[in-house]
Each structure stands twice: as C-alpha cells, then as structure tokens.
Design a protein around this ligand. Structure first.
Ligand code: PLP
Length: 365
C-alpha cells in the first residue's frame, strides 16, 4: 500500500468509555460524515461495546448505510431533511430531528415514528427557536417526540455561553406540554467542560476520534494515523528549491524524501512548509508545497530508504522496543491542525478521499 489511514478501534472505544464515565449517561455517538472520515460502519460496530443509546448522522443515506450493516439501535438524523426525504428516512427506520410544525405534520403524514425536537438556543442553524417552542404545543401533542435536544455553539472556548444556552433549553422544555423521554445537549467539548450530564444522553464526535476536548492527559487517545511510504529520495544542492512555486529554498546541501500522499488524499495543502512527520523514529519537516499526490520531507540527517513508512498525522507505528527520538511519538492532530491554521474537524473529515482504512485494535484481535 502506498498510503493508508490506520484506525485504532481499541483507542476509539477507550475514548468513548472515558466520556461515559465523565458524563454518567449513555452515548449517542455522532458518526456523521462517515464517522468523521474514519468509517461509519466499523466505528459504530466497535462502539456497540459501550451499549450506546443510538447513533447520530447527518443524512438519510448515512442512516440507511448503518441499517444495511445491521445496526439496530435508534439512528437520529440531525440535519433537517427536505420534505422529499422524509419517506426514505421512515422506510429505513430512522429518527429525524424536526423543528417546525410543518415538518412535524409532514412526518406524521409520511407514517410518523420516533422523532426528536430540535431546539435552537442561539446557534441559529436549525431547529425551533427556544422562545417559540410553546407555539408547537399542538403539533407535539398530535405527534409526540421521543426526544428533544439543543446544540452548543461555543463549548470549546466560552463557558458562559453553555450556561445561557442551557437556561434557554430548560425554558423551552418547560414550554412543552410534556417532557420527552430522551433529552440531550452536550457535544465533546461540553462533556469535557461540564462533567456529569443533566440530560439523558450525550452526543460526542471529535473526542471519540482522538482530537479536541483538552490537551495532555485530559485529551483523548489518538485514533487515526495517516501513513504513506517513501517513493523517491534525492539530493538538493544549495540554492535549489523544492516543489511548486519553489516556496522552500535550501541554504546547504539537503536530502529530500518524497512520500506517496498529497492533498488529494486529504493531506492538506495548508501543511506546506509547516507540517511535521515521523520517519524511522525521527521527527522531520515538510519542505515546500504539498502537491496533489506527493509530499516532500527534509530527511538530511535521517536514515531512510524507498518503501519506508512515514507518519504524516497521528501516532507513530509501535516500534517494538527500539528507542525513538524525543518528540517522535507522533504528530498530534489537534496541534498539527492549529499549526496549519485549519480546523481539526476539517483535517479528519478530509482524510477519506483515496486512502484505504486499516482497522487495528478491535476487541476480537
Ligand atoms: C457534530 C455534532 C455533534 C458532535 O460534535 P463534536 O464537537 O464533534 O463532539 C453533536 N451534536 C450535533 C447536533 C452535531 O451536529
């Protein structure tokens, strides 16, 4: 294989277990966007070990994929469905999130079934405005929701916003003629910040997949690694440069390795000249512009050969005892994204393009 994504299902489940312990309620893991690029079906199957309440997706197709794979738990579609897609959702036994009287009536007309009421407490993306929920009394009496939820807009960096949004959510709940059985609000950052949940289930995404939600020992275990092989090696003389635009010029003689992954694999162009990689236990730098299919590294002082495995993102491969240089344990996703000035969510969800996924650490291994 020239390049691949390694997904550690054991680490995934351990991250999930930590969230269950912290929140004290079952998970509703968000496996939308193919589980942030890591593979919705294998990820959902592995998380079954934690007895989650159900799973969260963004589209009816994503939900149908889980159903075809034999996932039986509730699957909530969190992105508003177009009226034309309600029948498909119902046929696949999925649970839509609805936030207005017209869609609630359309859902009942399509045959109905469990649904969750989306309450907008300030993000202004989807759902019924918290202060208008009372206007839905008739609709929810005719077709009662199984669940009700809201979504935090700034859980990572604004604790006061959590308080305000929670107050608005409680206000909305009080305006309903009854309390739906399943109430939820927290994403990963809110679970990390708030601890024990006041609600029935929590909805983590990014923490499960090894990023976000605190640094150091509080942070999640890494789950995903992007690995690619060295496919070319060459000497660069002083005054020469590397890659498109010659954005990397060398002062002294350098040795450069070309690895078989580029931005078409999801190794973002933003890593040009700022990315780091691990090769044979050494930390090295990306030189020049990341190209569509290949990326160059400065390996001047590092022994390496064609075919060697490079870690562009995530933990380095286990070495079986031979020492690694300081700082060569891996390329932390969150740090790498910050250095490249992109959201770690984009790094992960961008990764699925052309790369095979290799699953390790499953329970029955
Ligand atoms: C994506 C999403 C989540 C998960 O967010 P993370 O920050 O990845 O934990 C939770 N709830 C909703 C509605 C979402 O869309």
């Amino acid at each position: 294989m020239r390049a691949w994504i390694e997904v550690d299902l054991g680490a995934l489940v351990r991250n999930g277990a930590r969230l269950v312990a912290r929140a004290g309620v079952p998970l509703l893991p968000m496996v939308k966007a193919d589980a942030y690029g890591l593979g919705a079906v294998p990820v959902a199957r592995a998380l079954e070990a934690l007895d989650p309440w159900g799973f969260g997706v963004a589209t009816a197709d994503e939900g149908a994929e889980l159903r075809h794979a034999g996932i039986r738990r509730p699957v909530v579609i969190f992105t508003p469905l177009l009226p034309a897609d309600l029948a498909a959702a119902r046929a696949a036994g999925l649970t839509p999130a609805l936030g207005d009287a017209r869609s609630i009536a359309a859902w009942a007309e399509a045959g109905g079934g469990p649904w969750h009421l989306a309450v907008d407490t300030g993000m202004h993306r989807a759902g019924a405005k918290w202060s208008d929920v009372g206007a839905l009394r008739d609709a929810v009496t005719r077709c009662p929701p199984e669940g009700v939820f809201t979504h935090f807009h700034s859980a990572e960096d604004d604790a006061a916003s959590l308080v305000e949004q929670t107050e608005r959510f409680e206000w909305a709940l009080a305006a309903l003629p009854f309390r739906p059985a399943v109430r939820h609000a927290e994403n990963s950052a809110a679970i990390v910040r708030l601890g024990a949940s006041a609600w029935s289930v929590v909805r983590p995404g990014i923490f499960l997949f090894g990023a976000g939600g605190g640094d150091g020992s509080d942070g999640p275990e890494p789950v995903a690694a992007l690995r690619a092989r060295v496919i070319d090696l060459h000497a660069v003389a002083p005054g020469e440069g590397v890659s498109y635009g010659m954005r990397y010029r060398v002062a002294g003689a350098r040795r450069v390795a070309t690895v078989a992954a580029g931005y078409a694999d999801g190794y973002r162009r933003a890593f040009s000249n700022v990315g780091r990689a691990i090769i044979n236990g050494h930390r090295v730098a990306v030189t020049g512009t990341v190209t569509m299919d290949m990326t160059m590294l400065d390996v001047t002082d590092v022994p390496c050969a064609i075919g060697d495995v490079v870690t562009l993102l995530g933990p380095a491969p286990r070495t079986g005892g031979t020492g690694r240089a300081e700082g060569a344990e891996g390329i932390d996703l969150t740090t790498a994204a910050r250095e490249a000035e992109i959201a770690v969510y984009e790094v992960l969800t961008g990764l699925h393009a052309r790369l095979p996924r290799v699953y390790v650490g499953a329970r029955d291994e």
